[in-house]
Design a protein around this ligand. Sequence first.
Ligand code: SF4
Length: 200
Amino acid sequence: MSSIVYEYGRNLYINLTNRCPCACSFCIRLRGSGAGSADDLWLRREPSASEVLRELDARSPDEYGELVFCGYGEPFCALDALLEICRVLKGRGGLRIRVDTNGLGDLINGKPVAPLLRGLVDKVSVSLNAPDARRYDELCAPQYGQAAFPAILKFALECKEHVPEVIFTVVDVILPDEIKACAAVAAAVGVPLRVRKRIV
Ligand code: SF4
């Protein structure tokens, strides 16, 4: 049975959608069907906000370090459900919420997403993945072509205004010189960069 909520390390994850406008060469979805405690993250259909909340309530989310929107797709493809879940959870207080995103939410939804996260999301982790638009296009094949990369930088910059913590990540599948160039890009935006190991 496919999972909409799963555990990974100390955190609880939400698999909201399988939609994504990218086709990254290193995507975990190319090599398996699960992650963490979930064997199958391929959804038969997208869950509603209330279905996700019911699943979360069955697992005592307050006992985990963070609640993370990250699954087999881009969370901002299901923006309305994500915001609704955050509103309900933040209304109850306490829980720390993170979104792991490809940073393309503005292009996906046709509107700025960062202001909508204010008061609802504590941390946004944006996959930078590449030092420039050409390399991003090559590695991640976004449906927006080379317009994707500047949109990611703009989104991260705007998140700084609305979300307490913003980071960029890059997966260690690119060359060391490219990682250095990514660090320079991240520094120019004023966002810390974390180098992640490829999940195999
Ligand atoms: S953005 Fe994430 S989910 Fe989408 S293809 Fe890339 S790694 Fe996979």
